[in-house]
Design a protein around this ligand. Structure first.
Ligand code: ZN
Ligand code: ZN
Length: 270
């Protein structure tokens, strides 16, 4: 069995137009047994005060049809939840309303800024906003535990780094360590997100995050593409699997019905 991608968006996310079936065909081509998409659920977004929600009824209906067409694939249900401290009850309600297999937790925004857009870094200052970003992540991982995987820990850093290439994520080491300690304490996994790694394009950055995680005793890792189109499904997996292995990790984890399974990193994955 080949490991499936656990952070993928299809047309059920507001910002993707990809067909679910394209991912199924790609997964079959690669030899995966499972297909999961983790569609965006982001409430009260700073940009436009809109909610990004998902029509899970329609998504499950399509999965049901695809099951008949592709009986060799097990279809899983996932979600990527954007943490917002003012909307915790709604977030819990959404997570508890479906039988999810995997819940990815993301820090896309706080009350004042969307960490994707450079304009907020210009408005507040890069260092101030990165500090606020990691503070939000510490607060989320300290108080919220209804998830499996912390997605793209370096999401805001990516935007900042593309604005100023002299930045180094190690400036935020104390905060990152606190996040890691929370993940370990609550048994959550850290995601290496290849979309962010490809954008930053510096193996030393990725190795820094991995070594620090190893140093503080982190063991649970996922590797995911954050694909919004099928071309990026499992993008750069062999390269980042090699980096992960070089830091002493011999397996990744995946989730079914929110239960954790181990995937040993094989020679064929590298
Ligand atoms: Zn995200
Ligand atoms: Zn995503």
């Amino acid at each position: 069995m080949k490991l499936h991608d656990q952070h993928v968006h299809s047309m059920y996310s507001v910002d993707s137009t990809e067909q679910l079936e394209s991912y199924v065909q790609k997964a079959i081509e690669l030899g995966c047994s499972y297909v999961v998409t983790t569609e965006h659920f982001d409430l009260d977004m700073v940009e436009g005060q809109v909610d990004w929600t998902v029509d899970f009824a329609r998504l499950k209906q399509e999965q049901q049809q695809l099951r008949l067409q592709y009986p060799q694939i097990s279809f899983l249900l996932g979600i990527e939840v954007g943490y917002r401290k003012g909307h915790i009850d709604q977030i819990h309600a959404q997570i508890n309303s479906e039988s999810y297999d995997v819940v990815n937790l993301s820090i896309h925004e706080n009350d004042d800024a969307d960490f994707y857009w450079p304009k907020y870094f210009k408005q507040y200052g890069i260092h101030t906003l990165l500090t606020a970003y990691f503070d939000e992540m510490i607060e989320a991982t300290s108080h919220f535990t209804n998830y499996n995987v912390l997605s793209h820990i370096d999401y805001a850093f990516k935007t900042a780094y593309l604005m100023d290439k002299t930045l180094n994520i190690s400036t935020y080491e104390d905060q990152i360590k606190q996040v890691y300690q929370n993940l370990i304490a609550y048994g959550k996994a850290l995601e290496i997100n290849t979309k962010v790694q490809e954008a930053i394009d510096d193996d030393q950055h990725t190795l820094y995050l991995l070594r620090l995680y190893q140093q503080v005793g982190g063991k649970r890792l996922t590797l995911s593409s954050d694909a919004h189109s099928v071309e990026r499904y499992e993008s750069s997996f062999p390269h980042y699997m090699r980096l992960i292995q070089s830091c002493g990790f011999d397996h990744l984890v995946y989730y079914i019905e929110r239960k954790e399974y181990q995937y040993p990193i094989n020679q064929e994955d590298l």
